[in-house]
Design a protein around this ligand. Structure first.
Ligand SMILES: Cc1cc2nc3c(=O)[nH]c(=O)nc-3n(C[C@H](O)[C@H](O)[C@H](O)COP(=O)(O)OP(=O)(O)OC[C@H]3O[C@@H](n4cnc5c(N)ncnc54)[C@H](O)[C@@H]3O)c2cc1C
Length: 153
């Protein structure tokens, strides 16, 4: 199959990559350089995380995303994923951190809960009196977008 993909952001690049892996002939058109700093995915970092809330489906989809990233690192010969984990800090009842924590608990994905004092001791940039509690997920971290785009390009 001959395919033209327009736009070499992460969506176009990964589509072209997968089609090429399957033996198709791909022409990729990009209006700027690859990586293009004006693309949404042309920035330095984007977060990948499991914590998205109870009903979004993202939590489950992240397993598939990790598999795809691992396949890409294998093809590129190096990983551009900085697996630092993901820290959420709750400042008000019912905020996104409460929602994300419920989603993690419902999905059975591991998190570690910290009181504000414990969290401030572990991450000294946090100010203990300014939030309710924190949780840390060992899964998640930063994806180095430009390095990924350069590698795919
Ligand atoms: C501030 C911000 C923070 C975000 N944070 C996160 C995050 O932490 N985690 C996360 O997963 N997502 C995050 N996102 C979302 C994520 O960045 C985007 O969903 C993703 O980058 C979209 O990729 P894309 O390939 O679809 O688009 P883009 O990266 O924008 O790529 C589109 C490409 O198409 C090219 N193009 C457009 N029109 C033409 C044309 N006519 N001819 C040729 N080329 C063309 C453009 O030049 C560009 O290179 C964030 C987005 C923003 C804006």
């Amino acid at each position: 199959m001959k395919t033209i993909v327009v736009g070499a952001g992460i969506a176009g690049l990964s589509t072209a990559w997968e089609l090429t892996r399957r033996g198709h002939h791909v022409t990729l058109l990009e209006q700027g350089p690859i990586p293009n700093p004006l693309a949404a995915s042309g920035d330095h970092h984007r977060i990948i995380r499991r914590a998205y809330g109870t009903d979004s489906g993202y939590g489950k989809a992240i397993s598939e995303a990790y598999d795809a990233w691992d396949a890409l690192w294998s093809d590129l010969g190096q990983s551009h994923y900085d697996a630092r984990g993901f820290l959420c800090v709750s400042r008000a009842v019912g905020d996104d951190t409460d929602l994300y924590r419920e989603g993690m608990e419902k999905g059975g994905w591991p998190i570690e809960l910290f009181s504000a004092d414990e969290a401030a001791r572990r991450w000294p940039f946090l100010e203990a009196g300014s939030f309710r509690y924190a949780f840390h997920s060992p899964e998640g971290g930063a994806l180095h977008c430009r390095r990924i785009a350069a590698g795919l390009g």
